[in-house]
Write a protein of this length. Structure first.
Lengths: 228, 243, 363
């Protein structure tokens, strides 16, 4: 499990990363609530965007390995590639789950209206998996770290806008509302809505299952290139 | 003036910087198109379409990030990769830094103008006063470039300077209350109106739309004053760093 | 592109088109979210199939999911086209036809559905046939290439063997002559020389006479032996330029004159065989393709090369296509090159053939 611990350490080694990974979730707890929109407080909707950013930031550690040639050295080490990948993914998942826990717990303590904290936590966790899988698929395509991150950032902003996190979907025209269903951010926004409006539990299960399905699809798509 | 001959290459470099083109041209255009579809037909109480305000804010907000090319080229040429080569270059390095500053600001300005043209030609948005808006875009571009040069000259590590410039851009966007409402506090209110170049320039353009030239000039001049104040600061820091 | 990548590229193109079509169908529906989950599931299965080489039976989950969604949306009927395509593409089109049975369950009749299924079946089938044909052609091309390479190799070997055999024959012959001279001639001449020396010291006239007689008989024997050796070394078969002369002798169609210059003996036997072949080919070409009445053959040995020229007095030919070397000249060219020389022809002023070969430096 050496790689797992080192990945955890590396994730916090960079000052920018450190701030991002610790300050951002805490900031999300204290953002104000809007009137009627968003369904939960602003911070809880924007935390989805934070998750997407954190995922690509963390996945860049693996990209760094590939770009710097560390992966070539690893290929002669007594570590199977599968084990390497698995430990990295585990580390990232642990970080994201911890962040989600901090946000939910912090919100509960700070008195934010969370409606159903457990359902919210589950939503965050499944969205984290989907975000991680997407980030991995993305970096398997790119060679340059900066280009990958900046391009992905543009896509995150677009996906967040079109998926209904920044603006409510009700004001969108019909066609855009249809197309929004394709984006994972739409399902995240749906999850927030369903939690806020106390929909039956099966609804949440459906949404979380769809997000996990996204994670699987992107994992399969991103596993084609062996990052070498 | 040998520095003039390098201007051509600086421009070529800017043209080939696809990532910046993506972020400062393609992304605003995409976002504006999406917004125009979403907000089509919606008007506020005064009867002005929501999209107008959104487009104006977006064009000016992206100018906050226009200093990134100036920063990275300055760093690359004078402080990092080409540093040794530049010390034997047959021209004045300060002048060269200025040429980069001018070229980068002009590039950012051109991109802003291109976005304006796109909104006019493709999205059908009618701007009230082209000249005034372009003037404000130019001010914002120059201000961002100067701020970024101050960062890169003042901080040892380039990546910290990059982060600071991002904080500058994202910070003022957040303080303008675009993403979520800011707390009701005197500091935040100031930073959301007269302390924020974004809100100042948006305010200046909107004032002209309703014909309030006094207010418009007032707000624009605050931005100009900021430029005037930061310019000698930049000179001092640059001199110190280049020595 | 290898066989598999070409096939997979086309198959992936069809799969993407299929999903694009399903998405287009889906956009018009009311229950957007649940139908999208169907699409997502199918997309996941297709991605797995794209990423890993799954056996054909893995299309059953696809069909199961589509069947489960039958009551909810009609997009699932159209989605059945993908299993049809996949099975047809793997050569198992009877299974594809089975899926057509599902048409019986469709509550609405849609001609589009039937035609879409048929299209999927056809495209998959075509892909399968195309892939098989491609494989076949590649195998054939490979075999032919191998055969040709084998042939080239044998030809090169034969030319090499010809050269070494000629060298061997020369060496053997030299050894035989040396042996003969040593055994008989040397022996006798030495004896004669000794007898003469003894004669110089002989006091008895009888002894002197018998010694002289011995010298005479020994000299006679050595002359005889020498004549024999020379006679044996004189070949009966034509050697050297006699090859060319003999070839010209049998050539009656046009007047041919032969000119020789230089030390023709320094040309090796295997080179004469090539020069003879070139001469024959040139003369055949002249007779067949030109209107010449006479030809001139020149053999020159100068410096380190031997040159054969064949020039006729025909008119220059108009169409240049004739000047392309036939297969005979091509193979002669190859042999000449294999010996380190060259062969060139020209049709500007009648027919001219020039063959140049380097001479072996006698060590």
């Amino acid at each position: 499990m050496t790689i797992f611990y080192f990945t955890l350490k590396r994730s916090f080694a960079n000052l920018a990363n450190l701030i991002f990974l610790t300050a951002a979730p805490i900031a999300c707890i204290f953002l104000p609530a809007g009137e009627g929109w968003p369904p939960l407080a602003y911070g809880y909707a924007y935390f989805g965007i934070v998750i997407l950013f954190v995922a690509i930031r963390l996945a860049q550690i693996m990209m760094e390995d590939r770009v710097k040639g560390i992966l070539k050295r690893l290929s002669v080490a007594p570590v199977r590639y599968f084990s390497y990948l698995g430990q990295h993914l585990l580390a990232y998942a642990v970080i994201l789950i911890l962040q989600s826990a901090v946000v939910v717990l912090g919100g509960w303590i700070a008195g934010q209206e969370l409606h159903r904290p457990w359902a919210l936590f589950a939503l965050y966790v499944s969205f984290s998996f989907a975000a991680l899988a997407m980030a991995l698929a993305w970096i398997s395509v790119f060679r340059s770290k900066d280009a990958a991150f900046l391009f992905y950032m543009s896509l995150i902003v677009l996906a967040a806008l079109l998926g209904g996190i920044i603006l409510p979907l009700e004001i969108f025209p019909d066609l855009l509302r249809r197309i929004a269903v394709i984006l994972p951010t739409f399902w995240f926004a749906e999850g927030l809505k369903s939690i806020a409006s106390a929909q039956p539990f099966a609804d949440n299960v459906r949404i979380n299952a769809t997000l996990c399905l996204y994670a699987l699809v992107f994992l399969v798509l991103g596993s084609t290139r062996r990052m070498q | 003036m040998r520095v003039l001959s390098t201007l051509r290459f600086t421009l070529l470099r800017l043209m080939r910087n696809y990532i910046v083109l993506l972020l400062l041209l393609a992304v605003p255009i995409a976002l504006l198109t999406v917004f125009s579809v979403i907000l089509s037909g919606m008007v506020d109480e005064a009867g002005r379409p929501y999209f107008d305000q959104t487009a104006l804010t977006m064009v000016l907000a992206f100018q906050l990030f226009g200093g990134s090319t100036v920063m990275s080229y300055l760093n690359e040429d004078l402080f990092a990769r080409n540093r040794e080569r530049m010390t034997v270059a047959p021209f004045n390095r300060t002048l060269y830094a200025f040429s980069i500053l001018l070229a980068g600001s002009a590039f950012s300005f051109l991109l802003g103008a291109a976005i304006m043209a796109y909104t006019r030609l493709v999205l059908g948005l009618v701007w009230a006063n082209w000249g005034w808006t372009l003037y404000l875009i130019a001010l914002m571009a120059v201000l961002s470039s100067i701020v970024c040069v101050i960062f890169v000259c003042g901080v040892k590590s380039f990546s910290t300077a990059e982060r600071l410039s991002e904080v500058y851009g994202v910070g003022f966007v957040l303080l303008a209350g675009l993403f979520f409402p800011m707390p009701q506090h005197a500091v935040f209110e100031f930073m959301g109106s007269y302390g924020n170049p974004l809100t100042l320039s948006v305010g200046a353009v909107r004032a002209v739309e309703i014909g309030n030239w006094n207010e418009a000039w007032f707000q624009a001049n605050i931005v100009l004053a900021a430029i005037g104040f930061l310019f000698p600061v930049m000179l001092v820091m640059g001199r110190r760093r280049l020595r | 592109m290898s066989l598999r990548t070409e096939r997979t590229w086309l198959a992936n193109g069809w799969r993407l088109l299929h999903f694009g079509f399903l998405t287009y169908l889906w956009i018009g529906f009311d229950d957007a979210e649940n139908t999208f989950i169907l699409l997502l599931l199918l997309f996941l299965l297709t991605s797995l199939r794209w990423r890993f080489e799954l056996p054909a039976a893995f299309l059953l989950p696809d069909i199961l999911i589509c069947v489960l969604y039958f009551p909810y949306t009609s997009v699932s009927y159209y989605a059945l086209a993908l299993p049809i395509f996949e099975w047809a593409q793997r050569g198992r089109w009877p299974f594809s036809l089975l899926v057509f049975v599902a048409l019986g369950f469709v509550p609405f009749f849609s001609g589009w559905l039937l035609w879409y299924f048929a299209l999927a079946l056809f495209v998959g089938f075509f892909l399968d046939r195309y892939a098989r044909n491609l494989e076949q052609w590649k195998k054939e091309a490979d075999e032919q290439r191998k055969a040709r390479q084998e042939l080239e190799r044998v030809k090169a070997e034969l030319l090499e063997v010809q050269r070494s055999v000629s060298k061997q024959a020369e060496l053997t012959e030299r050894y035989r002559i040396a042996r003969q001279l040593h055994d008989h001639l040397g022996h006798d001449l030495t004896g004669a020389s000794l007898a003469l020396q003894a004669h110089a010291y002989a006091e008895d006239p009888e002894e002197a006479k018998s010694l002289l007689q011995e010298v005479k008989s020994r000299l006679e024997r050595s002359t005889h032996s020498l004549r024999e050796t020379v006679h044996d070394a004189t070949p009966v078969a034509p050697i050297g330029v006699e090859n060319l002369e003999r070839a010209l002798l049998h050539f009656q169609e046009i007047d041919v004159s032969l000119r020789k210059s230089g030390d023709l003996l320094s040309v090796a036997a295997y080179q004469w065989s090539l020069l003879e072949a070139c001469l024959k080919e040139a003369l055949t070409n002249i007779v067949r393709h030109s209107d010449a009445t006479a030809a001139e053959v020149t053999v020159q040995v100068a410096g380190a090369i031997v040159r054969l020229l064949v020039q006729d007095d025909g008119t220059p030919r108009e169409n240049n296509a004739q000047s392309e070397s036939g297969s005979g000249l091509r193979s002669l060219n190859m042999r000449a090159r294999a010996l380190g020389g060259s062969l060139s022809t020209s049709a500007d002023n009648g027919f001219l053939l020039v063959c140049v070969l380097p001479l072996e430096q006698e060590g």
